[in-house]
Design a protein around this ligand. Structure first.
Ligand SMILES: [Fe+2]
Length: 386
């Protein structure tokens, strides 16, 4: 059956090869950026799936080998990174193919970033603070190709990766402009086999990126426009992709929305992410699902600052009832996607709210929230989410 998904080459914000079956061009694009011996980084579950075997086959057939590193935790940490760097160096690889969801994409980027930096430079020295990224030697960063197999993180078009510190359980955003993949292959067919709860959770992550970027108070009209259309695409297509996993057009629109979310959140994120990062780091919950759980409570928290702006978004997205209608649409979407109603139902029991509050306030996403987050109101917001 014809799927109708367009086949496009974009160069915004990097070279994106978009279309069903484009994974077949993986070796060609790897060669085009000078790779002779790439390391494919993926996660444990994906490593066993036919889509990964097929990607390796494409590389191998073109003489690029079939080297894989897949010891990647759902919330990857510096130990995963060190293990990956050891494999990268032992194999004398010359670039990284990041293949998977957020965890694999982010960890692959960290391997490319740190494999050949000078001794004494820690990955934590490159946290996304001021101009800390200038501490890294940009010339030593390995070239990256990104192949997303989920539609949510948007890391395939981003210049950062999230890494969890296994001692402090804190998630840190590690940034360098050279982490932008040289080529990104967006093949919607790769997302068809995702477990259903991953389709739901990752899709809600894309929505959270667009929503928080759209609501952030900073001046960035380009991101504002992208965020708005990204939300519309999620509302129209995420339920279809969830109910009908092989609906390639819905998968394609979700893949676009995910990339759009990551482009848009240059404008800022907010309380959804600052609450969700500590929960994910301490309890190992799925990032996007956690975002979906806290989303309506964060809307309530920000209501007075965002209600007019979200009324405009509702009108654009064809949702009746202004702000209230928008909130109701989020609640409906959560129901359709079987998202747990609160953090308790997500498995967060007896949490240390003081600790979580402190971690949330340290999270860089805080700065983009429309209402200033304080110790008192953030603790109350966590209580509302339980
Ligand atoms: Fe996110």
């Amino acid at each position: 059956m014809p799927h109708g998904v367009p086949n496009r080459n974009w160069s915004y914000p990097t070279a994106i090869k978009f279309g069903v079956g484009r994974i077949g061009e993986l070796a060609e694009h790897a060669k085009s950026i000078g790779l002779k011996k790439p390391l494919l980084v993926t996660d444990k579950a994906l490593a066993a799936l036919p889509i990964t075997a097929a990607a390796l086959e494409v590389l191998d057939a073109a003489g690029l080998g079939r080297a894989v590193f897949s010891d990647v935790d759902p919330n990857p940490n510096e130990a995963n990174m060190a293990a990956g760097i050891a494999v990268y160096k032992d194999g004398k690889h010359d670039g990284v193919i990041c293949f998977g969801g957020g965890s694999a994409l982010d960890l692959g980027k960290m391997i490319a970033l740190m494999a050949h930096q000078k001794k004494g430079l820690s990955v934590w020295d490159l946290e996304d603070i001021d101009d800390w990224y200038t501490r890294a030697d940009a010339a030593k960063i390995a070239p990256i190709i990104a192949v997303p197999t989920t539609a949510g993180t948007g890391s395939e078009v981003g210049r950062a990766g999230v890494l969890t510190n296994s001692e402090t359980h804190k998630k840190k955003i590690i940034f360098h402009p050279a982490l932008m993949p040289k080529v990104t292959l967006c093949d919607p067919a790769l997302t068809v086999g995702m477990p259903r709860f991953i389709t739901a959770g990752t899709g809600m992550d894309a929505l959270a990126h667009c929503l928080e970027a759209y609501c952030s108070p900073f001046y960035h009209p380009m991101s504002q426009g992208i965020a708005l259309e990204g939300m519309r695409l999620v509302f129209e297509n995420l339920p279809k992709a969830y109910k009908h996993p092989d609906h390639l057009m819905a998968r394609a629109h979700m893949m676009s929305a995910a990339a759009m979310g990551a482009v848009a959140f240059q404008k800022g994120l907010g309380a959804i992410h600052s609450l969700s990062h500590p929960i994910g780091a301490v309890y190992g919950t799925h990032h996007g699902t956690t975002n979906a759980v806290v989303m309506p409570m964060v809307l309530d928290f920000n209501r007075k600052e965002i209600k007019d702006r979200l009324a405009a978004a509702a009108a654009y997205c064809g949702i009746k009832g202004g702000y209230k209608g928008f909130r109701a649409r989020i609640m409906g979407l959560r129901d359709e996607l079987d998202i747990p109603a609160n953090l308790t139902k997500l498995g967060v029991t007896d949490p240390d709210l003081d600790m979580l509050t402190e971690m949330a306030l340290e999270d860089p996403s805080c700065g983009g929230n429309p209402v200033k987050m304080t110790k008192k109101n953030t603790r109350k917001l966590y209580e509302a989410c339980l």
